[in-house]
Design a protein around this ligand. Structure first.
Ligand SMILES: *Cc1c(COP(=O)(O)O)cnc(C)c1O
Length: 377
């Protein structure tokens, strides 16, 4: 009956409308969206400022290509790197594409090919990004992968030190593994990466596709670690629901992406950058980010009250949280939560990921915790 490929395990209902944290299916049933479309709609659904930005730009110019100067990209790039150690941006359309750009610039800049990546990581579905992904379920069946990705256990300092050598172009990681189970980098591991970066010409690529744009309570998650990445990839939250991705890079990379070395037709189109500009304006605001941190503390406190540490684990940072049910598989719980009106997404087989819009209210958090409690206990 369906003319779609079956490459997604879709849930048996369709969401057709949303406002803030609330979404509605075809029957009018209301849900709290604690997925934010997988960390994408960080300002909630149909945020009036985003609606206005897209309407205004759509009446002016949608697309013109990168044959011409782009004031919108200039402004967005400047807003993203402001007060950071990063200097330049390149825009594309998705997280996988952002990681492709990151891998390409790292290889070209260093003239080396070996990139160290980690088990349980997720970097996307294109050949390069898939080859970088430390999960067999993502990589298997597609024939030869892009070579010279070395996959190590995450947070294993000894394994990292043993693997780095003169052939290593880069270390590539998520600071909180999203798809892989909401696993945060340890301080010790971050320090080891920092030390390697300081004492060699090895680049550090931080995949902030999921953690970036305020999701963990700061503009980027790396700001909460000692790591100062040479390259940051981003996507998901950047467009608040409009597809846009990109990388940020340090000044020494400037000459590497010279004219003709990399590009995309749609990347950084006027419509996308106008929306992202508004997203950044709202999220990269000190008061807004502080509010995200406060709501995170509130959410974690309520979760800990409901789910005591002896039996459950609560992982993550900001509004990228994971609830582990003492080693139990979570798939049936996620389905039961849907039924009870709370949308969540699994992170690996054992963790329920909670990714509310950054605009979520304490009242909505209370409601979500009450549903979690009823369904899980
Ligand atoms: C989702 C995700 C990607 C892939 O992004 P797409 O837009 O689906 O290509 C890459 N890295 C991380 C950390 C992600 O969470």
């Amino acid at each position: 009956m369906s003319a779609l490929f079956r490459n997604y395990a879709r849930r048996p209902f369709a969401i057709v409308e949303g406002k803030g944290t609330e979404v509605f299916d075809t029957t009018g049933k209301r849900y709290l969206d604690f997925t934010s479309g997988i960390a994408v709609c960080s300002l909630g659904h149909a945020h009036p400022a985003i609606v206005e930005a897209i309407q205004k730009q759509s009446e002016k110019l949608w697309h013109i290509s990168n044959l011409f100067e782009s004031p919108g990209q200039e402004q967005l790039a400047a807003s993203l790197v402001k007060d950071l150690h990063l200097s330049y941006a390149f825009f594309c359309n998705s997280g996988a594409e952002a990681n492709e750009a990151a891998i390409k610039i790292a290889r070209k800049h260093t003239g080396k090919h070996k990139i160290i990546v980690f088990q349980q990581s997720f970097h996307g579905r294109t050949f390069g990004a898939m080859s970088a992904t430390g999960q067999d379920k993502v990589r298997s069946g597609f024939g030869p992968l892009v070579s010279e990705f070395i996959t190590l256990p995450f947070n294993d300092v000894a394994a990292l030190k043993a693997a780095v050598d003169g052939e290593t172009a880069a270390i590539m990681l998520e600071l909180i593994q999203g798809e892989g189970g909401v696993n945060a980098v340890t301080d010790e591991f971050a320090q080891a990466i920092h030390d390697i970066q300081q004492s060699s010409d090895i680049l550090v690529i931080v995949d902030e596709v999921q953690t970036g744009i305020g999701r963990t309570g700061t503009r980027f998650a790396f700001e909460q670690t000692v790591i100062k990445p040479n390259i940051v990839s981003m996507a998901k939250g950047l467009g608040g629901g409009f597809p846009i991705g990109g990388i940020l890079g340090t000044s020494e990379l400037f000459d590497t992406f010279s004219a003709g070395t990399h590009g995309t037709t749609f990347g950084g189109n006027p419509l996308g950058v106008a929306v992202a500009q508004k997203v950044i304006e709202l999220i990269f605001d000190e008061a807004f980010l502080q509010n995200v941190q406060q709501k995170s503390t509130y959410f974690v406190t309520k979760l800990k009250e409901a789910f005591p540490e002896e039996q459950y684990t609560i992982q993550g940072k900001g509004l990228m949280l994971g609830l582990g049910l003492g080693g139990e598989d979570v798939a049936s719980f996620v389905a039961a939560l849907d039924e009870a009106g709370l949308l969540t997404v699994a992170a690996g087989p054992k963790v329920i990921r909670l990714l509310p819009p950054l605009t979520v209210t304490e009242q909505e958090i209370d409601e979500a915790v009450a549903i979690l409690k009823t369904v899980i206990k």
